[in-house]
Design a protein around this ligand. Structure first.
Ligand code: C2E
Ligand code: SIN
Ligand code: SIN
Ligand code: FE
Ligand code: FE
Length: 399
């Protein structure tokens, strides 16, 4: 029994080491830590300076058992690191902590349980296991906190010494993967910063929102289509990063056009269209799965479902005499580009640009509805309207 558990954990660790995107990774780390101990709920935090930020909150009782099913995902709650909170205490001591009943913590303990979450959600937190994510250089980068271990009949029980050992073992390996993914995110954000220096209103928050909204549209669509869970997890991992980079090709567009305060004339807009091709050139000659998706998205995110978009079927994107071709149509446009097209226009309209003000939400939604089957894939528009609550929380997180 125990042996099998350790082998299972090693397999999970192997899978985790392939996840590139930090958000997908943290979500999986928390999910797997809970599975090891059959815990009903949990949170995962990342450390930044003197705060811990809630990255993910999972709770089977409150939000259902699907790995992907919670609206709290985009909450940006923070706790200050001191020894008064449980997670803060574990960050400082760098040691795991088992609590059998959070409502009966010894009064002499420096830390106490924050009852506000239970109060707000009418959830009852009982047992808790809190484990630091420590890198090989002894740096704490985050904390996993799992709540309410359950026995096979679903009754809440305490976490055992074995649970503590296994989750700590898992956390040590997870920390390596998390550190690597944080570095990847850092590099991507630097690429985006370079683009941002050129195009100051195409900001990091816009890019983060387009990434997050694209992932949510994909998840909802994929579940509807019955795509296997493993494939969904893998795709959403690479989609977020690739979607964030949809407009990096704008670095190749001249300032006169990019920073123009008014409407572009026809010739300027023709030049602007090549940002799609310039973006694709950055990823084309590499052949990881990740680069393939980045090419699909940079090149095709301005194609339209009815065939009136750009740049169309360009035979050789390296050709110096580039010419915009008749647009691709329908499913000829790669799925992930159709998804980003919707997320990008939604967010562009909701935001102000050098050349335009932001639109009120109802006007934006009306346009999207009207463009269903014209600009946008109608199946995706339907999914988009199903997830309005999540999209609102994404806008709150990245505003
Ligand atoms: P962007 O600002 O990120 O906009 C992305 C897409 O959102 C646009 O693709 C368009 O489909 C939609 N969109 C944005 N603003 C509006 C709007 O006011 N009305 C409508 N109906 N749709 C809107 P599009 O048109 O292919 O433009 C690509 C990029 O070209 C834009 O990215 C922006 O950087 C630039 N651009 C487009 N039009 C102008 C303009 O009049 N002035 C300036 N300075 N830049 C423009
Ligand atoms: C919280 O739920 O607000 C933090 C839990 C803790 O004290 O670690
Ligand atoms: C614009 O030029 O303002 C955007 C036009 C459009 O693609 O709807
Ligand atoms: Fe674009
Ligand atoms: Fe954009």
């Amino acid at each position: 029994m125990k042996k099998k558990t350790i082998i299972d954990i090693l397999k999970v660790i192997e899978d985790l080491s392939h996840i590139k995107d930090i958000d997908s990774l943290l979500e999986s780390v928390l999910y797997e830590a809970r599975k090891i101990t059959n815990a009903d709920a949990g949170s995962i935090f990342l450390k930044s300076e003197n705060h811990l930020t809630f990255e993910y909150v999972q709770n089977d009782t409150l939000y259902g058992t699907e790995e992907n099913s919670n609206d709290y995902l985009y909450s940006k709650r923070k706790i200050f690191i001191d020894n008064k909170s449980i997670a803060g205490y574990v960050t400082q001591t760098k040691k795991p902590l088992v609590i059998n009943n959070v409502y009966k913590i010894d009064k002499k303990s420096p830390y106490s349980f924050n009852k506000s979450f239970d109060a707000k959600s009418s959830y009852h937190t009982g047992s808790m296991l809190t484990v630091p994510l420590i890198t090989s250089r002894e740096k704490v980068i985050g904390v996993i906190q799992i709540i309410n271990a359950k026995n096979y009949r679903g009754k809440i029980i305490s976490f055992t010494k074995d649970d503590e050992f296994l989750v700590s073992l898992f956390a040590a390996q997870a920390a390596v993967a998390v550190e690597k993914a944080l570095m990847t995110r850092e590099i991507i954000l630097r690429m985006i910063k370079i683009a941002e220096l050129r195009d100051p209103l195409e900001t990091g928050v816009h890019v983060n929102r387009v990434g997050a909204i694209s992932v949510e549209i994909y998840k909802k669509w994929a579940v509807k289509e019955g795509i296997p869970k493993k494939e969904i997890t893998r795709n959403k991992d690479i989609l977020r990063i690739a979607a964030m980079l949809h407009d990096v090709g704008k670095v190749a567009i001249s300032d006169v056009i990019l920073k123009k305060k008014g409407k572009l004339n026809e010739m300027e807009f023709e030049m602007m269209k090549f940002h799609t091709v310039h973006g694709a050139r950055l990823f084309k000659d590499s052949n990881s799965e990740w680069d393939d998706m980045a090419v699909d998205i940079t090149l095709n995110h301005h194609e339209k479902w009815d065939g009136t978009g750009y740049p169309g079927n360009i035979k050789n994107i390296y050709n110096d005499n580039l010419k915009i071709m008749p647009g691709k149509k329908g499913t000829e446009i790669p799925l992930f580009a159709r998804i980003v097209a919707l997320a990008d226009v939604y967010d562009a309209l909701m935001s102000s640009r050098l050349y335009k003000r932001s639109w009120p939400e109802d006007r934006v939604l009306k346009l999207i509805e009207k463009e269903s089957g014209k600009h946008f894939d109608p199946n995706l528009v339907e999914v988009f309207f199903d997830i309005q609550k999540i999209i609102t929380s994404i806008r709150e997180k990245y505003n």
